[in-house]
Design a protein around this ligand. Structure first.
Ligand SMILES: C[S@@+](CC[C@H](N)C(=O)[O-])C[C@H]1O[C@@H](n2cnc3c(N)ncnc32)[C@H](O)[C@@H]1O
Length: 256
């Protein structure tokens, strides 16, 4: 795999801005508030885990961690991170659209808009895979990946420095097919690492999911839609937020 996803150490610097502990607080609140509470959740699956930024926090709170990603570099990096921290975790190189877990888990999440799927059929298959991986009454949280603005183009860029390394990151989305709701997502990165400079670029064509379209697919699956909340905050239901002000809207589903 070319691009930044083949360089997990630089990826981690680019996404250093997150408050991972606060995100895990939110996930635990969702489990307590919306899960069926029949069992104490003690195992978690991260879908499209990348370098597994939540691994240490979940492990410190007593969860068994499973991460799944299609990038062999990300999986190798996560395995090494677990080994260095003396954590027993499971990492699988799989496509999010269709996978199988040998053992069920009590919670699943997908962070940072990582549901790269190309059709509604792929979304159905994804929900079936996650549903088969979860115990009944468990919660699945999806950060991003729902197109609330609706078919618009977008551009975001930022710069992060750690030690001698600076990562300039840019992500663009341009609609390519209005009828199929496809967008081309381009990620360009410039890394200045001491005296060296590296440039990475990757493009993916992905399908966007309008909120009510997503909900209809969910209603046809083993999940029920619990709600949408912005900024990892249950006091901010998306239905009460001003359109255009959403920061990181999160979808909460419950396995029936
Ligand atoms: C933006 S990163 C997010 C990583 C991590 N979830 C985080 O919060 O930092 C997206 C990840 O999705 C993975 N990915 C993209 N498409 C995928 C697919 N179809 N199946 C599995 N993983 C995929 C990439 O390899 C990358 O690691």
């Amino acid at each position: 795999m070319a691009g930044l996803y083949a360089h997990p150490d630089y990826y981690e610097i680019a996404f250093d801005f997150r408050d991972v502990a606060a995100e895990v607080d939110f996930f635990e609140t969702c489990i307590d508030r919306f899960g069926d509470g029949a069992t104490d959740a003690d195992s978690v699956l991260e879908v499209a885990c990348g370098p597994s930024p939540h691994l240490l926090e979940f492990d410190a709170r007593g969860y068994d961690f499973t991460g799944l990603d299609e990038s062999s570099e990300m999986i190798s990096y996560s395995i090494e991170k677990a080994r260095e921290n003396d954590i027993e975790a499971t990492f699988l190189r799989r496509n999010v659209a269709d996978f199988y877990l040998p053992e069920r888990v009590d919670f699943a999440f997908c962070a940072l808009g990582s549901l790269y799927l190309d059709s509604n059929d792929a979304l159905r298959s994804h929900l079936e895979s996650v549903g088969d991986s979860l115990t009944g009454g468990s919660i699945y949280c999806i950060d991003g990946s729902i197109d609330f603005p609706g078919g618009t183009s977008s551009e975001h860029e930022w710069e992060t420095t750690r030690g001698d390394t600076t990562v300039e990151f840019r992500i663009d989305q341009q609609p390519t097919n209005a009828a199929e709701q496809l967008v081309r997502q381009t990620v360009t990165t410039k890394v200045t690492d001491g005296d060296e400079t590296h440039r990475f670029r990757e493009e993916d064509e992905i399908k966007t999911f309008a909120p009510q379209e997503f909900r209809m697919v969910v209603e046809d699956s083993d999940f029920e839609h619990v709600g949408w909340f912005d900024s990892f905050d249950l006091s901010k239901p998306v239905s009460k937020c001003e359109p255009g002000t959403l920061h990181r809207p999160t979808t909460i589903l419950r396995k029936q």
